[in-house]
Write a protein of this length. Sequence first.
Length: 310
Amino acid sequence: MVPGYDPQQVNDLCRRVAAELDAGGSARPLIENATFRTRISGLRYDIDAVDWFLDQFLLPPGYCELGGIAEDAWGDLPVARVAQRTSEKYAFELQCDSAWRDFAQLPGTYLWFPKTAGEAKLRTAELQTLASVQGFGRQSFSAGGRSFTLRRPSGSFSPAVAEFLARAARDDFGHYAENTRTRNFLMGPGFESAGSLRELVDETGTPVLYTAGNNFNWRASASILFPDQRWLRFLVRGSWLANAIMTAVDQAGNKVARYRYIAKSGRQIKHASRGPAEIIVHPSQKLTDEMALALTLSANWFWLYFSSGK
């Protein structure tokens, strides 16, 4: 079973936050001190969605996406599941179906990620290849005429990478879960997340990005760290792969790219790994080689979100 937050506690906090904002106060103290019990059965709220929603109130002034909806055509797009409430399931599926159909209407740079035996290429609408990955292990990449290898880091890593790992562990546990605030993720049990750390290095062995965490079993904790300490997380919203959209969001809450799968025949995707992916990159996002590699690397995380390993 997929764990979720206790809905009564989440609802109570949201009511208190709304009252504080209506009174002209700040919701930050309420949110910063909030903790929720986790449940593995019955009614429960999706951990990733609640974390994403509440974290928006903690962003520095000027960063919160809610303040930029008028200027950003992507600003009001939902990026995560809201609840696991049975009575809302049908309405939620209709919302996801509609978002999936409207995917191509968004402004931005459209990319195509088809797969062939042992290789996948990230291509533009004009069929220009921006990046590719070879091998069934998905460890050999290329972009801009250069080669890159995805590998486990050897030796120690920098404080920035250690903090990146700690953040991935918090994503996995849940930012507001009861035990999260008492854990020392930099030195304690949360450092087990080091096992998921990978680095993408160039021909000289210099890292161009790091990955940590996993999108798996209806949880989205996979993330990418760039050398300048920007990072991306990959949230998923959908009732199943055929109506789902994955959104890459950055450290400031901005939406960077959105992904959807296209079935080879119709919408009934039974074998997700066989279908190509469409990706839209936000109009304000520069499509550098570094970003193309991040998009290529993360595309498989979409269908893995719906995999339970069974």
